[in-house]
Design a protein. Structure first.
Length: 314
C-alpha cells in the first residue's frame, strides 16, 4: 500500500516495529483502506530472539539475516531465557494503542512465530529451501533441540500472553516453514512443543494455528492445538476441513496470486472457496498465505467487498 511505503521510506523495518506510533499507524491502514473484519498487529516473528545475541538484521529488500546462527550443542547451551517483557515491551505498547484507536470497531489479532519456524531462522541463519541445518540439529542433537524448543516455547507464550493482556482479542501462531518436515519428524520433534505452547496461552483467547505446505500434517496440527486451523492454498478447503474435523474452525484459503487477476476472476475464485466451506459456521475467509507485494490495492479491496457480498447472501 502506498501509505505503508511512505512510512517505510522514513524507517527501517526494525525501526518501524520498535516505534509504537508508526506500528499503530501501519496496523490500522488495512482497516481504514480495505474494510477488513479484523486488524492484524504489525510486528515480526523474530523480535523475541534479539536478546539471544544472534545478530538479527533486515537488509534492504531482503528477509531477516541471523549473523551468528545456532547450530551445535554448545551454541544452544549458551542460550539463556529471553526477558520478553523488556525485549519487546514496544509491541505491547503498540497493541494498547491500536486497541484504543479501534474503539471496538473490529477485533485485533496478535501473532507470533511458532517455535519450529523461529528456530529455522536462527539455526539456518535466514531463509532456507531445504532446512538442512535444522534437520541435522534435530536428528543428531535431540537434547539440544529439546532445549532450544523449551526456550522458544517459554518466550513465545509470554510474548503472546503479553499481547493478550494489552488488548489482543485473538492470536495467530505462524508455523510458516513446518511443511518442510515429514509427519514422523513433526510428531517427534514439533508436536510436543506446540502442545506445550498452547497450554501456556491465556485461557479463553482464541488461537489460530497456521502453517504452509501442511496438507500431510493437518491432523497432527489439530492434535497439537488451536481453536482455528489455517489452511494454505495447496489444499482444497473442504478436504482440509475434513482432515482436521468439523468441530474446529478453519481459516483460508484463497491462492494469493489470484489477486493479480481482474475482479471478475477474483469473484469466481472467492465463490469457490465459500462454496467449499458450504456455509458451515467456523470458516474465516482469508488468503492461503501472505499477500504478494505486486498485488494492486484495488484488487484487495474488491476481494473484501466480494466476500462481504457473497457471505451476506448465505
Amino acid at each position: 500500500m502506498p501509505e505503508y511505503r511512505a512510512i517505510r521510506a522514513r524507517h527501517s523495518f526494525l525501526e518501524l516495529c520498535k516505534n509504537p506510533d508508526a506500528a499503530t499507524e501501519v496496523t490500522l491502514q488495512p482497516v481504514e483502506r480495505l474494510g477488513v473484519d479484523a486488524a492484524i498487529l504489525f510486528a515480526d516473528i523474530l523480535l523475541i530472539v534479539e536478546p539471544l545475541g544472534v545478530g538479527l538484521t533486515f537488509g534492504v529488500g531482503e528477509g531477516p539475516v541471523i549473523q551468528r546462527p545456532v547450530r551445535s550443542d554448545a551454541d544452544v547451551a549458551r542460550l539463556g531465557p529471553i526477558d520478553v517483557e523488556s525485549a519487546v515491551g514496544f509491541v505491547f505498547d503498540t497493541v494498547a494503542r491500536v486497541k484504543k484507536a479501534l474503539a471496538g470497531r473490529v477485533p485485533l489479532i496478535g501473532f507470533a512465530g511458532a517455535p519450529f519456524t523461529v528456530a529455522s531462522y536462527i539455526v539456518e541463519g535466514g531463509a532456507s529451501r531445504d532446512y538442512l541445518h535444522v534437520k541435522r540439529l534435530m536428528y543428531e542433537a535431540p537434547a539440544a533441540w529439546q532445549r532450544l524448543m523449551e526456550v522458544l516455547v517459554d518466550a513465545t507464550a509470554r510474548y503472546l500472553n503479553g499481547q493478550i493482556a494489552a488488548g489482543a482479542e485473538a492470536v495467530q501462531i505462524f508455523d510458516s516453514w513446518v511443511g518442510a518436515l515429514a509427519p514422523a519428524d513433526y510428531r517427534a520433534s514439533v508436536l510436543p512443543h506446540m502442545k506445550a505452547l498452547f497450554t501456556k496461552l491465556t485461557p479463553g483467547t482464541p488461537a489460530i494455528h497456521f502453517g504452509t505446505g501442511t496438507a500431510a500434517l493437518l491432523p497432527l496440527m489439530r492434535e497439537a492445538g488451536g481453536d482455528v486451523i489455517g489452511l494454505d492454498w495447496r489444499v482444497d478447503l473442504a478436504e482440509g476441513w475434513r482432515a482436521v474435523g468439523h468441530d474446529v474452525a478453519v481459516q483460508g484459503n484463497l491462492e494469493p496470486a489470484v489477486l493479480l487477476a481482474l475482479p471478475p476472476y477474483i469473484r469466481k475464485r472467492a465463490q469457490a472457496v465459500l462454496d467449499a466451506a458450504g456455509g458451515r459456521a467456523g470458516h474465516i475467509f482469508n488468503l492461503g498465505h501472505g499477500i504478494h507485494k505486486e498485488t494492486p490495492v484495488e484488487h484487495v479491496k474488491a476481494l473484501v467487498d466480494i466476500v462481504h457480498e457473497l457471505s451476506d447472501r448465505r
